[in-house]
Each structure stands twice: as structure tokens, then as C-alpha cells.
Design a protein around this ligand. Structure first.
Ligand code: V47
Length: 377
């Protein structure tokens, strides 16, 4: 049952004016965002986030049946945050032949997937045509499946390599069947932090500009934030506000996904992992600051199924999908399973007191019979 009938109470007097604004649907400021990160009253922060979440989505919690495909881990960048990327020709590096990528798409669970989530390294030699052929081949073989592919970082890289503008690159990718873009590569927009954790990537303003162009091209995208490394509370609020500003302009973001840094096998291995409370608070603050984002995702693979369940009461309305085979987090020490069955995702959501709704990538309800699906339009 939605819990909005209870009144807001908190031992932290700094939360009272924030609560008044949230209850009046007013936008929170930078300083108020910092206060939400620092308040000891996590239950009150969560209550407010849950209030917003239930106003938007009632008791519904979304999941999807998807498959991740990482065509290559070869990457010219050497981001300190990453355990996935390899230099070309070094041990553990791989690049899928197209046939292999299409076979990967078909393998795994028998449940018909509604989405392919495709991201990979910045390969020095793979031309734009490889990715166009990859996507075209997937569309031929799986015409019903939505293709959510290539982060802003990959798009900017592919455009530069092909000597095309970003809008031209987007047009080509759209023409061969890309339907939307995932939210990765945003990390933290602060230049100071970016120089340390991902020096070779596009900077924060380029990421935001690329997202703008994606949305102007008529494609939806997601957005992420990598937290739990060397960023400050102020860096996190700055990141959220920059996303909120682009969203005011374009309305092209669907979902925000906060990603907890996993340090294993990275040059930042000495950093501690985030705690459950940090993860929960991140979900709640995201829901409260991103007043123009329809969805907040508690990505179960990253935060564990148990924390994702709790997050459904602290602002999240989505736990992501079956995934089938995850590499980026598992290379960095994630201990969650590689994938999860549809039934299990539904059980987790139901046990959290929410109503599971299978969605497609555009948040339309999916109805299944046998191993096929239809989408409500
Ligand atoms: O861009 C890389 C992050 C992202 C590490 O859009 C790491 O629906 C933690 O973006 N520890 C890829 N994080 C994942 C991603 C994503 C996942 C699920 C759904 C969607 C979506 C997007 O993972 C990267 C980077 O920000 N990452 N290495 C690490 N060691």
C-alpha cells in the first residue's frame, strides 16, 4: 500500500524546509541536495523519496527481460575506474566476430528478450561499419527486440574515428536499427575527479552535449553517475543538477541509474566498497533531486538483489532486467549472479510489497504468452 498518508517527521531540523518543498512539488537547490547527503536521518530522506516515487508510480515496480552484449573489451582509454578494458593484443582481450555477437544474442535463457543492451570498449580499429553491421544483423534476426546501444562516450569516439559529426553518426546508427542509448560513461562530471578516474574519456560537458544531440535526434537515453570513489557530496549534487538542466531542455532521459564503484582489479583497488546505506541514500537523493526524470533504477546486479529490493521503498521504481551475462561489474569484483530469471525478478519485487510490471525499454507494459511477447501501445 502506498504510505503517503503518514505525516513527515524527522529529528533533523534541516530536513523540515526540504520536506515542505518536496510536498509542494518544488525544485530542490544545490545546498538542499548536499543536506540530503549529510543528514543522519536516512529514514526521513527515504520517506520523502518514497513519497515522490509513489506519486509518480504508485506501487508499480518495473523490470525487463534483456540481454547484455559487450562486443569488445579492447579499449584505447585506460580509465582507473575500470577493470573491463584491455589493450589490443594483451591477455584477456577479445573482440567478437559479427557471427559470434549474433550467436551471443541468441544464447542464454529461452525467455524472449525485449532488449539488447550493447556497450563495449573504445576499439582503435573497429570502424563504424562494424557496429552498423552488428546492429543490422541483430535487427534481421530479432526484429522485435529493442536495441539500446552505445554510450555517449562510444558515440563521440566512433564519430571522431569516422570523421563525422555526432548528428551524422547518430543518423547512421539510427538508420541501421539503434533504438535508444544506455546511460554509461557519465561517471562524475567534475573535471577534478574525471582527471583522476577516467582521464582519457570525453569530459563532462561533451557527455552532456552528446546526450543533447541524441535527444535532438529523436532517441531516448538513460543517464548514470558513478559514485563511491573519490568524489565529494558536492560533486554528486553538481552531477545531478547538470543532468536535470539537460532534461529541462530535451526531456530525452528516461531513467537515472546510480552506479556504485566496484574497486577490485582496478588501479583504485585500495578504495573501500560502498555500504548498503550509501547505496540506499544515493537512490533516495537521486529521486529527490531529479524531479524531471521519470524513472530511478536500482540496478540489482550492481547493488545486489537484496539492496535493490529495499531501494524500491527509498525512491527506485525499476530494478533492471535478466541481463543474462554481465562483464563490467564482474570483472571489478561483483558477486551477484550473472543473470536472473524473469520469475525471480518478479518474486523480489512482490516480496518488497510492490507490483511487478514487465516493461520494454520505452516503459510500455509487456504481455507474454509462451515464448513471445506483445507491447502495449
Ligand atoms: O559506463 C565501469 C561503470 C558503466 C566500473 O542504461 C563501473 O540501462 C562500477 O552504464 N565499478 C556501464 N562501475 C554500466 C551502465 C549501465 C548498466 C545498466 C543499465 C544501464 C542502462 C547502464 O559501468 C560504465 C561505468 O560508469 N563502471 N567500471 C567499476 N569498476
Amino acid at each position: 500500500m502506498p504510505s503517503q498518508q503518514h505525516a513527515f517527521v524527522s529529528d533533523d531540523p534541516r530536513l523540515q524546509p526540504i520536506a515542505e518543498k518536496v510536498l509542494a512539488s518544488e525544485r530542490l537547490s544545490f545546498e538542499e541536495g548536499v543536506t540530503l547527503y549529510r543528514s543522519p536521518d536516512i529514514l526521513a530522506v527515504g520517506w520523502l523519496a518514497n513519497h515522490v516515487r509513489e506519486n509518480l508510480h504508485g506501487d508499480v515496480a518495473y523490470f525487463n527481460v534483456n540481454r547484455h552484449i559487450n562486443p569488445t573489451n579492447v579499449c584505447v582509454a585506460a580509465c582507473r575506474l575500470c577493470a573491463f578494458g584491455r589493450k589490443k593484443g594483451t591477455e584477456g582481450s577479445y573482440t567478437m566476430a559479427l557471427e559470434q555477437a549474433w550467436e551471443t544474442a541468441a544464447s542464454g535463457y529461452t525467455e524472449a528478450v525485449t532488449e539488447f543492451h550493447i556497450v563495449g570498449g573504445l576499439h582503435p580499429d573497429l570502424p563504424l561499419e562494424y557496429f552498423e553491421d552488428l546492429v543490422r544483423g541483430l535487427k534481421e534476426r530479432f526484429p522485435q527486440v529493442h536495441i539500446k546501444a552505445f554510450t555517449m562516450v562510444e558515440i563521440a569516439f566512433l564519430a571522431r574515428r569516422a570523421k563525422l559529426t555526432i548528428p551524422e553518426t547518430l543518423r547512421r546508427l539510427k538508420d541501421c536499427g539503434v533504438d535508444s542509448m544506455p546511460g554509461g560513461g557519465a561517471e562524475i562530471f567534475s573535471d577534478r575527479v574525471r582527471h583522476i578516474i577516467c582521464d582519457h574519456k570525453i569530459d563532462g560537458s561533451e557527455w552532456l552535449d552528446t546526450a543533447r544531440m541524441v535527444h535532438q535526434a529523436g532517441l531516448k537515453s538513460n543517464a548514470t553517475m558513478l559514485y563511491g570513489h573519490i568524489e565529494s557530496d558536492e560533486d554528486r549534487v553538481d552531477h545531478l543538477i547538470k543532468l536535470r538542466e539537460v532534461q529541462d531542455e530535451t526531456h530525452g532521459f528516461q531513467t537515472f541509474i546510480p552506479l556504485a564503484f566496484h574497486p577490485d582489479n582496478t588501479p583504485l583497488e585500495h578504495l573501500p566498497r560502498t555500504t548498503g546505506l550509501t547505496d540506499i541514500r544515493q537512490i533516495a537523493v537521486s529521486r529527490l533531486m531529479l524531479d524531471n526524470f521519470p524513472h530511478i533504477k536500482a540496478y540489482w546486479q550492481m547493488m545486489t538483489a537484496k539492496i535493490a529490493q529495499i531501494a524500491l521503498r527509498f525512491g527506485a521504481d525499476d530494478i533492471d532486467g535478466t541481463v543474462i551475462e554481465e562483464k563490467i561489474y564482474h570483472d571489478a569484483g561483483a558477486t551477484t549472479p550473472q543473470g536472473m530469471r524473469r520469475e525471480e525478478l518478479m518474486r523480489l519485487i512482490t516480496a518488497a510489497g510492490r507490483v511487478p510490471v514487465e516493461r520494454d525499454t520505452l516503459y510500455r507494459a509487456v504481455t507474454r504468452s509462451e515464448d513471445t511477447f506483445t507491447v502495449a501501445v
